[in-house]
Design a binder for this molecule. Structure first.
Ligand SMILES: Cc1cc2nc3c(=O)[nH]c(=O)nc-3n(C[C@H](O)[C@H](O)[C@H](O)COP(=O)(O)O)c2cc1C
Length: 188
């Protein structure tokens, strides 16, 4: 059994995946464990959309890239500006060509939506790691505006996308990227 310390070392953002499908039952188990995350008032606002269809994954990536480019063009000071050139690369897939993406989404009115979904996302990434899978939270895949596409992916109108998570078998697990020393302000 892996220790928790080993698990969190192994949970790295994976950007190279094997071309191997993940059984749906495994994705569902990971989602079930994600729902063990804490949430404010136990409201559990998280919902999940599992995308495994290669054509849909490409459409979602292209939609997001297009919207990011439009946002940069309308606001050159956008924090997305550093991604301008890569967004123009035709074959670049924001999900790193992962065979599956799970969108963690929820109703915009939920009072603690971002925090609760981020906690579910953490559990998701650790649960996947414990099963030998790799993940990457891909914020660049969240710019889905087209109403038709949102409907096709099963996203209700009043829902927000919080965490698109790429999921697949990792080609390799990188070392932990450098971390700053803990910023402990005071011990009293
Ligand atoms: C909110 C959030 C958004 C992220 N968005 C992206 C993204 O769009 N594309 C990507 O490749 N990685 C993305 N990442 C992954 C980070 O780059 C990664 O967590 C960081 O470099 C540290 O590496 P590690 O996850 O291996 O510890 C995101 C991570 C978080 C938490």
């Amino acid at each position: 059994m892996t220790t928790f310390s080993a698990l969190i070392e192994k949970r790295r953002s994976i950007r190279q995946f094997e071309k191997k499908e993940i059984p749906l039952a495994i994705v569902e188990e990971i989602i079930r464990e994600s729902c063990l995350a804490p949430s404010a008032r136990n409201e559990q606002p998280w919902h999940f959309i599992i995308v495994r269809d290669a054509g849909m994954l490409k459409r979602l990536s292209d939609e997001s890239k297009g919207n990011i480019l439009r946002e940069i063009e309308s606001n050159p000071d956008s924090p997305l500006s550093p991604y301008k050139e890569v967004m123009k690369v035709d074959h670049f897939n924001v999900f790193w060509d992962a065979p599956c993406v799970v969108y963690i989404v929820g109703p915009a009115h939920a009072r603690s939506l971002e925090v609760d979904c981020a906690l579910a996302a953490s559990y998701f990434m650790l649960s996947a790691t414990s099963r030998g899978l790799g993940t990457c939270w891909v914020a660049l895949g969240s710019y889905i505006k087209d109403n038709g596409l949102r409907r096709e992916m099963g996203l209700p109108d009043e829902f927000r996308i919080i965490a698109p998570i790429a999921l697949g078998y990792p080609q390799m697990i990188p070392d932990v990227p450098p971390r700053e020393a803990p910023k402990i302000l005071k011990v009293i």
